[in-house]
Design a protein around this ligand. Structure first.
Ligand code: NAD
Length: 340
């Protein structure tokens, strides 16, 4: 039977993006909702044919352990709540899909991994681009030698944040600004396109602190990642311009994606010397990146395999993010994996 997901947090992503995607899944279905808004939860449950017993509040959430219809809890809450709900879900005996960024600190990520390990439950992070056709084709091309030896990656990710009251701009809830929210796509792309782990980072921040949106978190951050092969990745993230782009440059050509990591409509080009051509990536076995992501965790639970984007993968990013913030704060290059 398809596995049952409980969606925690009926906001933009959980309600508007993920819930409709169960229609595209082969192995996953909606089994419960968890919300602080009883009227909204009742409406969503009714729309999807769920019984009243499939509705939970944040207070009753732990009783989800008694619901055999729920196999996996999907945490779609503000970043600072990811650790708490992942740990509570694991303790309730459920596997966990947790949205990006995995949490707001390395310590939280480690506690989440430990809780899932103790409970013998799977933990996966909602890095949907690992299931997205354009990004998968870019990974294939970059690793195939088609553009020669890789030299650098450039990625810019941003959007114009209009509402100063959003939790994304409150440090206690977000853990940080554009880097936590959208710069993480540039970081992820640099890692999955090179297949390497950075050994050092150097970062600079540019934020207008008199702008009421940016009293607590950064607007723009520019970070360079150094990889062992000599590849460098230059990345920007920002809350003050719309940009969504990835370029991988090799000594024989380039792969370029724009938009690169959107929900739909991503496009890519490859070639060299101004003769780049658009590439239509091969179709994936799954209908959408979201369905691929949701069904992947189900298959991992069934087979015992680790998700390709496990808790450890989220932790790796969080270690780099902490180093990026530290580099920007201290104005110096930070070696990863090294003390002080
Ligand atoms: P949102 O503000 O639209 O939804 C957040 C939900 O959490 C709402 O239902 C809100 O009521 C609830 N909530 C509970 N306690 C809250 C509190 N104290 N303050 C604010 N909200 C509270 O946010 P969203 O865009 O749905 O983001 C949720 C998570 O999903 C974030 O971690 C975000 O990074 C992630 N996300 C991922 C993607 C992706 O493409 N993978 C896209 C968007 C968001």
């Amino acid at each position: 039977r398809p596995f049952g997901y409980a969606i925690v947090g009926l906001g933009q992503y959980g309600l508007k993006t993920i819930i409709p995607q169960f229609a595209n899944c082969a192995h996953s279905r909606l089994a419960a909702v968890v919300s602080g808004d009883p009227a909204k939860a009742a409406r969503v449950a009714a729309e999807h044919g769920l019984p009243a017993s499939a509705i939970y509040s944040y207070e009753t959430f732990d009783t989800i352990r008694n619901n055999p219809d729920v196999d996996i809890v999907y945490v779609c809450l503000p970043n600072s709540m990811h650790a708490e709900y992942t740990i509570r879900a694991a303790r309730a005996g459920k596997h966990v899909m947790c949205e990006k960024p995995m949490a707001i600190s390395v310590a939280e990520c480690e506690a989440m991994i430990a809780a899932c390990k103790t409970a013998k439950r799977k933990l996966m992070i909602g890095y949907r681009c690992h299931f997205e056709a354009t990004n998968l084709e870019a990974i294939r091309l970059a690793s195939s030698g088609a553009i020669g030896k890789l030299r650098y990656v450039r990625s810019e990710h941003g959007f114009v944040m209009r509402d100063p009251s959003l939790w994304r701009l409150k440090r206690a809830l977000s853990g940080g600004g554009s880097l936590m929210d959208i710069g993480i796509y540039a970081l992820q792309a640099s890692r999955y396109l090179t297949g390497e782990e950075p050994v050092a980072v150097y970062a600079r921040e540019s934020t207008d602190r008199s702008d009421p949106r940016f009293t607590e978190v950064e607007d723009m951050i520019d970070f360079t990642l150094e990889f062992p092969s000599g590849v460098m990745a230059g990345c920007y993230s920002m809350y003050s311009a719309n940009q969504n782009r990835v370029l991988v440059m090799g000594d024989k050509g380039r792969v370029e994606l724009e938009p690169a990591t959107r929900y739909a409509g991503n496009r890519m080009w490859t070639g060299r010397d101004g003769r780049e051509q658009e590439v239509t990536p091969p179709a994936t076995p799954h209908k959408t990146q979201f369905a691929g992501q949701l069904d992947h965790l189900v298959q991992c639970v069934r087979t015992g395999n680790e998700p390709i984007v496990s808790g450890e993968e989220g932790l790796r990013d969080m270690r780099i993010i902490e180093a990026i913030y530290r580099s920007a704060r201290e104005g110096r290059r930070i070696q990863l994996g090294a003390k002080a």
